[in-house]
Design a binder for this molecule. Structure first.
Ligand SMILES: *Cc1c(COP(=O)(O)O)cnc(C)c1O
Length: 425
């Protein structure tokens, strides 16, 4: 298809878009009486209209049933999280028993590291990506020091090569092999938050296992964005937040994956009563007997009010399926890329897309490095109803989300961007 930077062409793509009706399912902030152009679904997804009914249901059950709601609510609270297993496992390529929902992301990665980072004096190193999300960096440092090791020695970051924006898979594999018997854990992002680079998780898992290390992933930017086969890829563990692409609401609960082959093992874990044998949970027994499956990593009884909007969103995803979302994702991201290149030609600008151009290595997000215009251009976009985000030193991230972003948004964005660049030249 020959792409065109015109309103008519963008509208014709919208007219053919199978998912166009889902846009109406989301609430857009308004700018001068119109929906904003929302590029930050990779940071906080928009509110799905159906979320409110799910929250209201819990509020009503609480009002009408109080403690009885644990067992007699329309969706009983005591095993509410089990409603996620079927739809969520499909979205990440797992078996239902391998996923659970609890706590928040960094907390869950910490809890999973209790089980999967068991350093010894010989094998204590962690491999991660350079410029990992800061929370992950703090987590690595605190985990390593809590075990009595030196972060400078124990944490190995895979760096980008001089002059390159993305990490090469061959560099990851070479480092895993080099660290070899000293490697306890590889913990990578599935998608890098800064550049939007998608990592080849399957290959990384194989390499890590070959040298005897565990391999886990922080899927904050992957869940609801890329196709995954966590079970088949033999990933040991993973966790993701739900408020980015999964639209569950600010700071909301995290999903976890623990591979089936670990369900029978006696891995150490930090336990709590919600991980205890379901049938006997309320017998208040003194000895912990974990639920078989990812639910065995549960700790506390669940915050049902926050799970409610997450459930609404997961069901919405399940209704559509990742395949259709990914088909639109690829098309709309390519269209955005095309528009950026067109504007670049028209105004002779100096920005550069640092996200891989190869579709296999990227998903929704395009990160744009501004060599000239900088922060004032970002402010101009925000003032004109384009919500993006700014990352130091000079990057704006644009994420067209297939559930609710339109092709017309891409065209309109291009026009605003062009005016903004001209105004700042
Ligand atoms: C957003 C994000 C987080 C946030 O963690 P919380 O514990 O939910 O605050 C962690 N890691 C990555 C890679 C992220 O993108």
């Amino acid at each position: 298809m020959t792409l065109q930077n015109t309103l008519e062409f963008a509208k014709s793509l919208d007219a053919q878009d199978e998912l166009k009706h889902y846009r109406k399912e989301f609430i857009f902030p308004q700018h001068e009486g119109k929906d904003v152009i929302y590029f930050t679904g990779n940071s906080l997804g928009l509110q799905p209209k159906r979320a409110r009914a799910y929250v209201d249901e819990v509020m009503d059950d609480w009002a009408n049933l109080a403690v009885e709601g644990h067992f007699y609510a329309n969706k009983p609270w005591w095993d509410y999280q089990e409603r996620f297993a079927a739809p969520l496992s499909k979205l990440v390529g797992a078996k239902p028993s391998e996923v659970t929902v609890m706590n928040t992301l960094t907390i869950n990665l910490h809890l999973l590291m209790v089980s999967f980072y068991r350093p010894t004096s010989k094998r204590y190193k962690i491999i991660c990506e350079e410029k990992a999300f800061p929370s992950d960096q703090y987590m690595f440092q605190s985990q390593v020091t809590s075990h009595g090791y030196n972060p400078q020695e124990a944490i190995i970051e895979i760096k980008r090569r001089e002059g390159e924006h993305n990490i090469r898979i061959e560099d990851i594999l070479a480092k895993i092999e080099e660290v070899g018997e000293e490697l306890a854990l590889v913990l990578f992002g599935g998608v890098n938050y800064y550049t939007g680079q998608v990592f080849d998780m399957k290959t990384i898992v194989e390499a890590g296992h070959k040298v005897g290390a565990n391999v886990g992933f922080d899927l904050a930017h992957a869940a609801g964005n890329i196709q995954m086969e966590l079970h088949d890829w033999n990933v040991d563990f993973a966790a993701w937040c739900s408020y980015k692409y999964m639209n569950s609401g600010p700071g909301n609960a995290s999903g976890c994956f623990v591979h089936e082959r670990h369900h029978d093992s006696n891995l150490p874990r930090f336990a709590g009563w919600w991980g205890h044998n379901k049938e006997r949970r309320f017998k208040m027994e003194p000895t912990f007997d974990p639920v078989h499956g990812a639910d065995g990593w549960q700790v506390s009884n669940l915050p049902i009010l926050t799970l409610a909007p997450y459930l609404a969103s997961v069901e919405l995803f399940a209704e559509i399926g990742m395949e259709k979302l990914i088909a639109k994702r690829n098309q709309i991201t390519s269209y955005l890329e095309f528009i950026l290149h067109e504007i670049d030609k028209e105004v002779d600008s100096t920005f550069e897309i640092i996200t891989p151009s190869n579709q296999e290595e990227r998903a929704c997000q395009l990160s744009v490095f501004l060599h000239g215009e900088g922060r004032s251009l970002f402010d101009y976009l925000m003032k004109n109803g384009v919500i993006t985000d700014w990352r130091e030193p000079n990057v704006i991230r644009l994420a067209p989300v297939p559930l609710y972003t339109s092709y017309e948004d891409m065209y309109q964005f291009g026009q605003i961007l062009k005016k903004g660049i001209v105004a700042h030249q």
